[in-house]
Design a binder for this molecule. Structure first.
Ligand code: TPP
Length: 565
């Protein structure tokens, strides 16, 4: 292999190109200036998106990763640049999103001296990264970056941070690149144990009321077809977690809806009647289980999972099948008998009817004068034939959009699940649009979360990203207000917002938009947004005190799911 002499900074860019990186999100500053200088010569090979805040860069990288399945890459300078990444890194960690974050660091002789813009980002990010590493010599750069991509993208994916001192960026090395395929003592996935699969298959074959719960592990493992084959052979109803949304089409007859605090009535209620639960690529988050001591009391639990740390963490598995979901689902399907569970599925249908009558119909086709979040989502989803990528922020609008959008294609739902990070939506939608330029990206955001990262409208405008942004404006931090209404005797402590004129703000950034306040203008308003060539902001003023139901109150068991206040 021939080598060539380059600077550490050039080695950073060359290494990223070797990994096939086409987009970098970032923000420059003193300690990462040499890398930005090297980037100047490679603007034809890789696109750099200058965000307006490092939090914007990291959430955009997450959005990119979630729709492409490839690691999102971001750059930041030392000190405040690096610490501004931390929320997004923590978000990526809990939602298993592959990221490679590269931060500049003060020169190595200054380390530990409280130098200008020095912060111990390796220490700070330790608990929220899958791996992190500080580079102090140029020779380490190619191998560390190769390892970073390998670790971020294999097994259960996650964020990796590489901190590079300024002298390492300026120094020289003989550049040669080898992709990493193995690291001693790192086992990204276990081989699937055929005996465990047989044990699981026997339990499944005897089940009378089995229920499949699937999460993002199916999407990350590209196991959508294998899941479908398994569901169809066994005839078992399947429910998805918030991050499992879109793995199979919403209208699949065996898809019985969403789990969790604001999930559907049937899967929550009937979890506690199930005799066998087959959990695939999900981690029994407390938003899914409710009170764990009252969770699925009658069920044997079969847990298909890539990460051994998730086994028995919250819910004890009767049989744990470790490994990649694509492989384990295929083996399980080969081992189970064909079956059907018509009576059991009928129970879900009955719950659907109750939920439809008490909640869904009123949300989607309201008769009250105020606009509901549900009708906005229904129209936007219908008009895009359920083929758009949905990006949401955090709050009531997130739950409503997840419940009603309906998906046809996998990797079409981008949201902050585990961390619940307000401010995620707008920047994540930029990353999603850059990752999938050919698809319509609809960002649904609350008026509170929108103001957390609103400056990214500048990035959207500068890069002409045709994201369609719907701000559902209830002049409240809606989800917190809902809890205050239901559990704090309507004491609305600091949740009402006096909002700016969002449309004027968007126009100031060079983004077109308009505001809808009446039902008569809603359909046409959404159409106008979708027809617009380029980014667009649609502000919809919705009823101030609209609520999200069903709801499993905190501390309650899933079977105590309530349909109305
Ligand atoms: C960074 C951050 N701070 C605080 C919260 C707590 N929180 C969860 S939902 C919510 C209200 C969100 O309000 P808005 O963005 O207007 O959306 P809505 O609920 O009205 O749809 C708050 C404050 C959070 N999730 N993230």
């Amino acid at each position: 292999m021939t080598t060539k002499k380059v600077t550490g900074s050039q080695a950073v860019i060359l290494s990223l190109l070797e990994e096939g990186v086409d987009t970098i999100f970032g923000y420059p500053g003193g300690a990462i200036m040499p890398v930005y200088d090297a980037l100047y010569d490679f603007d034809k090979n890789v696109k750099h998106i200058l965000t307006r805040h490092e939090q914007g860069a990291v959430h955009a990288a997450e959005g990119y990763a979630r729709v492409t399945g490839k690691a999102g890459v971001c750059f930041a300078t030392s000190g405040p640049g690096a610490t501004n990444l931390i929320t997004g890194i923590a978000d990526a960690m809990i939602d298993s999103t592959p990221l490679v974050c590269i931060t500049g660091q003060v020169a190595s002789p200054l380390l530990g001296t409280d130098a200008f813009q020095e912060s111990d980002v390796v220490g700070i990010s330790m608990p929220v990264t899958k791996w992190n590493y500080q580079i102090t010599t140029p020779e380490e750069i190619p191998e560390a970056i190769a390892q970073a991509f390998y670790i971020a993208q294999t097994g259960r994916p996650g964020p990796v941070l590489i901190d590079i001192t300024k002298d390492a960026q300026f120094g020289e090395l003989e550049f040669e690149y080898k992709q990493c395929t193995k690291i001693r003592s790192y086992v990204p996935e276990m081989p699937v144990d055929p005996f465990k699969v047989k044990e699981a298959a026997e339990i499944i074959d005897q089940a009378k009321k089995p229920l499949i719960l699937f999460g993002q592990g199916v999407i990350i493992g590209n196991a959508e077809d294998e899941l479908k084959a398994f569901i169809e052979k066994t005839g078992i109803p399947a429910a998805w977690t918030l991050l499992g949304l879109s793995a199979i089409p919403t209208d699949h007859p065996l898809n019985v809806g969403m789990l969790g605090m604001h999930g559907n009535y049937g899967p929550n209620l009937l979890t506690n009647e199930a005799d066998v639960i087959i959990a695939v690529g999900m981690r029994f988050d407390d938003r899914v289980t409710g009170k764990v001591s009252g969770y699925a009391p009658n069920a044997k639990i079969i847990h298909l999972e890539i990460d051994p740390a998730e086994i028995d963490k919250i819910v004890k598995a009767t049989v744990a099948v470790l490994g990649n979901s694509k492989k384990s689902l295929k083996m399980l399907t080969d081992n189970v008998k064909e079956n059907s569970h018509d009576e059991w599925i009928e129970r879900f249908r009955k719950c659907d009817m109750i939920e439809n009558e008490k909640i869904i119909h009123k949300d989607l086709y309201p008769e009250k004068p105020g606009l509901t979040m549900g009708e906005v989502i229904r129209i936007a989803a219908d008009k895009t034939n359920h083929e758009a990528i949905l990006v949401t922020d955090v709050g009531q609008h997130q739950m409503i959009a997840s419940r009603y959008f309906k998906f046809r294609n996998s990797k079409s739902n981008v949201t902050s699940g585990g961390l619940g990070t307000m401010g995620f939506g707008l920047p994540a939608s930029m990353g999603a649009q850059l990752g999938k330029p050919e698809r319509t990206v609809i960002a649904v955001i609350g008026d509170g979360g929108f103001q957390m990262t609103i400056q990214e409208l500048g990035t959207i405008a500068q890069n002409k990203l045709p994201v369609k942004i719907i701000v559902l404006n209830n002049n409240f931090l809606g989800m917190v207000r809902q809890w205050q209404q239901l559990f704090f005797e309507k004491r609305y402590s600091f949740t009402e917002l006096q909002n700016p004129d969002f449309i004027t703000i968007a126009k100031g950034f060079g983004i077109d938009g308009h505001k809808v306040e009446k039902r008569d203008n809603l359909d046409g308003g959404i159409q106008k947004m979708l027809d617009h060539n380029g980014p667009y902001l649609l502000e919809v003023v919705i009823e101030k005190e609209d609520n999200v139901f069903p709801m499993v109150p905190t501390g309650a068991s899933v079977s105590e799911v309530i349909l109305e206040p």
